[in-house]
Design a protein around this ligand. Structure first.
Ligand code: V47
Length: 356
């Protein structure tokens, strides 16, 4: 069986979900790493992508209470924030004009309609016209549409007219509905996430796809999740990157669950690279897993390490990541990549290479 799967991979054929499960359970770790590395090398040789980016998390108020989330707080809890547009602009004025990407996601705010975000986008573009805006999870977009009396498609179109370049990959969690009911019972179903991304892709708006792993799901659920994303990509070709997000267990309702080992992280990343023959990039998001481990994952199929961040995201620090104040200079990111014997390449949101 292993020889048959290896043959498929060496001859650039797609592996099936059964093949993926077989590899996960039976292939030696070194085989998984070597295969992922080979596929990555064939695509990019020694290149690894990074970007200059910043996150904006307008609020951690949220209408949902997902079990894995450490970010959501009520107004009487700490830390709670609900930034005004001026607060956000004030922060952005101190961010270098070399940033290429502004990532905006936060809690699902009960009553901020599309007009609030359109004003925000317009003002952001006045300060950082060079930067692309990647904003909102599918769940946020669905909610903004609903409270603004618009369809999802109208919402996406209006946001795109104001500078939305792509949508973030969050909110996907794990698509299996049984697990989803236990994990985030109030949040939208997997078909809601899928439909928002399909509509975005049809409108020419790219997006990322995430998978939250290492909680109550099985390996079968992970492969099922990846299979759904791979089938969507066959149809729309709109995903830029796949981002496995390791569940971090501090300060949430699932804190009783031990985090998975780094070996399991490596296997999950390597399998993603092997499985997704139609998604160009696998991102090791360092604020989630830590810089050192993200650097190692570059040997297990990841070709993108994300960006500078400038201490602007709290989702992972609040859930126990080793990166409590996530910030990296471009020099530091380049050094991190070079130390692993890869060649750092700065990218924009669409993975266009920035020639310095
Ligand atoms: O959907 C929340 C995850 C996501 C925890 O598109 C957690 O480039 C682990 O999607 N442990 C939001 N994960 C963040 C996100 C993202 C991040 C970076 C880049 C991009 C991109 C997207 O964070 C949520 C959820 O899956 N998350 N809490 C936690 N305790």
């Amino acid at each position: 069986m292993l020889a048959h799967i290896l043959n498929k991979i060496y001859s650039n054929q797609r592996i099936s979900t059964d093949d993926a499960l077989y590899l996960y359970y039976n292939a030696p770790l070194s085989t998984l790493i070597n295969l992922a590395n080979l596929i990555k090398y064939n695509r990019y040789q020694k290149k690894v992508f990074y970007t200059q980016n910043v996150h904006i998390e307008p609020t951690n108020l949220c209408i949902y209470k997902c079990k894995f989330c450490s970010f959501h707080k009520e107004p009487h809890e700490s830390p709670f924030w609900e930034y005004s547009i001026d607060d956000i602009l004030c922060f952005l004025k101190n961010i270098p004009h070399s940033i290429k990407e502004i990532h905006i996601t936060g809690g699902v705010h009960p009553n901020r309609k599309i007009s609030w975000y359109i004003t925000l986008f317009k003002k952001i573009k006045e300060i950082h016209p060079q930067a692309h805006i990647k904003a909102f999870t599918a769940i946020e977009i669905h909610h903004i549409a609903k409270i603004s009396g618009l369809t999802v498609s109208e919402t996406l179109q209006s946001l795109a007219e104001q500078g939305l370049s792509s949508i973030a990959g969050g909110g996907a969690e794990i698509f299996n509905e049984e697990i989803r009911k236990k994990l985030c019972p109030e949040k939208g179903t997997s078909s809601l996430w899928i439909n928002v991304h399909k509509q975005a892709h049809r409108l020419g708006i790219s997006s990322n796809a995430t998978m939250l792993y290492g909680h109550i799901e099985t390996i079968e659920h992970r492969v099922e999740h990846m299979h759904i994303i791979r089938s969507m990509q066959d149809e729309t070709k709109g995903f830029l990157a796949f981002i496995p997000l390791k569940f971090r267990n501090q300060h949430n309702f699932l804190s009783y669950i031990n985090e998975v080992s780094f070996i399991e992280d490596i296997k999950t990343f390597a399998l993603s690279r092997i499985f997704f023959d139609n998604i160009d990039h696998i991102k090791a998001y360092w604020p989630m897993i830590g810089k050192e481990k993200a650097a190692f994952l570059l040997h297990a199929g990841a070709d993108d390490i994300d960006g500078t961040i400038y201490n602007s995201t709290r989702i992972y620090s609040m859930s126990g990541s080793e990166e409590q104040q996530p910030s990296a200079t471009t020099k530091e990111l380049m050094f991190l990549i070079e130390k692993e014997n890869f060649i750092p390449v700065e990218r924009d949101i669409f993975y266009n290479e920035i020639i310095i």
